[in-house]
Design a protein. Sequence first.
Length: 302
Amino acid sequence: MRAVTVSGFGATPEVTDRPVPEPGRGEVLVRLSAAGLNPFDWKVIDGAINDVAFPLTIGTDGAGTIERIGADVTGFQRGDPVFGQFSKARQGRGSYAEMAVASEDAIAPAPRTIALSEAAAVPTAGMTALNLLDRIGDVDRLLIVGATGGVGTFTTQLAAARGITVVATATGGKADLMRALGATEIVDHTAGPVADQVESPVDALIDLVSDSEGLHGLLPVVRPGGTILSPVFAVPEGGLPGVDATNFSSAAGAGLLERLAREIDAGHVRVVIGDTVTLSQAPDALARSRAGKARGKTVIVI
Ligand SMILES: NC(=O)c1ccc[n+]([C@@H]2O[C@H](COP(=O)([O-])OP(=O)(O)OC[C@H]3O[C@@H](n4cnc5c(N)ncnc54)[C@H](OP(=O)(O)O)[C@@H]3O)[C@@H](O)[C@H]2O)c1
């Protein structure tokens, strides 16, 4: 089968021929319709995790139909449309491929109201958004820095649906998109320091971009005792003065995917696809993501 692989850390991704993986106990083999691109995919190539077998098929997220069921799988049947996470880096497996294996507890029935190619864009970014908002709880004003990307577009919509006032960063043409997703105030991060442009203090900041210096610069806009979550691990050891600042690791699992499917099918969340590419265009798409040029999600149609 065709897959996008790397031969080692730092290697250039390329389309290669790989054997179809075998589903083990508690696993299913899925014929993928599409894979979803996340920044984590190129971070793995750059060495973000050690426990990797090469050649490594890149990618975590995907959606497709179940081709084969492994032993002891009870919740799915052949032909079921599913979405979820397929990363098995330890075995060299991933989702940028015609077929991929997932653990039964890492997938869920795909949302009924969108195409599988859209569902592939949901798992990692959508679950992270749900987790971030669950952690933040009941707040009035939320600033999202990096709001126009995968995690940001889901977080903006889910927060707005909860009645939270969302202040979102966006440049130029992306401002209209963010308003349509439910953001109330837009801050252009290229027009000057974000902290100077936020009208009044926020209860919480989700920052998907800034380093620790950037977080220090944003402290004046977070109310005393407010919350800062950094999924990019920019909170320095010892935290930040006057706020509850935490580096954030997202959880994953079938229950979160089922919640996302319900939100999507209820029309509360739409999937913002910025780019659709083929397997052979995936290496260039990874390079664009690494350069920080994402608008919504990139989907690799297989
Ligand atoms: N810890 C965890 O569990 C976890 C989970 C998921 C994701 N993450 C991490 O979270 C980060 C975001 O993920 P993602 O999937 O949302 O990435 P993404 O889709 O690439 O989005 C990043 C967004 O940030 C915007 N941006 C870049 N520089 C900016 C700046 N200086 N100020 C404001 N916005 C800026 C970009 O828009 P412009 O080009 O318009 O600026 C882009 O839309 C990644 O580093 C990812 O690895 C961590």
